[in-house]
Write a new protein. Sequence first.
Length: 459
Amino acid sequence: MAAAQRIVIENCSIATVDADDTEYASGYLVLAGNRIEALGAGPAPEGLANVVRRIDATGHLATPGLVNTHHHFYQWITRGLATDHNLFDWLVALYPIWARIDEPMAYTAARGSLAMMARGGVTTAMDHHYVYPRGTGDLSGAIIRAARETGVRFTLARGSMDRGEKDGGLPPDFAVESLEGALAATEATVKEHHDPSLDAMTQVAVAPCSPFSVSTELLRDAAGLARRLGVRLHTHGSETVEEERFCHELFGMGPTDYFESTGWLGEDVWMAHCVHMNDSDIAAFARTGTGVAHCPSSNARLAAGIARVPDMLAAGVPVGLGVDGTASNESGELHTELRNALLINRLGAHKEAALNARQVLRLGTHGGARVLGRAAETGSLEAGKLADVVLWKMDTLAHASIADPVTALVFGAAAPVTASFVNGRQIVADGRLLTVDEDAVARATRDEARRLARIAAQG
């Protein structure tokens, strides 16, 4: 790193979220190229070469960038619909609309979703896109292009569905793929876009949608495909009581046992929601290292229930946070999920002992990186790790009277982001994106939402 250009950040509180939860009341970070070169208490070392910028971060808290582990970007243009529905009714209401999404809509919706997350401290995002209507263009390529333009580290979970209405599924038949088509398209996406390198900005996972929208053959074959290609696996699991009932009626077993029977438990797998998990299910996830994307706001919005996150963590299950699609979490912000995860879990069996501020910050950073298989390179502030860093402004009216900055970040109002760095590149300054025009993105999302509504009304 001797020849790398350096950015020095000083005079900030630092929550490293490393294995020891090391924190500094006042410290420094040195970013060299796309890596964290050094950090510690007090001022930065003297005599550093190639320092191109010094940031006086007085009044700020530095944390790892937030990691989003579950989302559906396309839903940005269907926000505010079916607001009083449970999951199955919500899907029935919205699938006919989503089935009309084309490439320009997918691109624009992805830009809106990504912009909202990035300006709120997300440095690593993922998108589970599983609606691929025939003849609608290169949806995966459009989503990846939007992530590249926004400047965030990104995992595309290339989804699929092959169980349409005629086979007892919920999506319209013209919105699902054939078994062979889904597998071929997924493999092509992995081969074209997945970067296995340590500092990759784009990765791809294999991600059939859910037990009630894909066949057993697609689940089993997708697991084999992912392991042959060396990529991760993602799906929805145990989200509602209706899903559990569906699995028992159709497969004669609960969701977790069904997933295990199809090869879908393992350290290379993470599942969204996992609300309705019994002790045996949690033990199976812990035994196999299967990860969970906890989506507290979406679970509440759809009245799905309260996931047993404290029990999962106690058992050793990897857990991260997810926004989920913005048709079931209209805010689209991950930093608000920190607070919601803490508060909602305290309504469960463990009450005030459920989660504390530092556990929740770990869920949103290192926990998410672990779930995405990237904990070796991001998710904590440590020398040698990628320079994915957020500076939260903690000296305003909203937070200044709270002595502990981590408590302020999690318990308080959403904190402003003064600076966000991804791979050493600053993408947010004073709460505004530097990579895209937020106002232009807002106008485009409004226009595409209206166009989709017109098309759906005609269809």
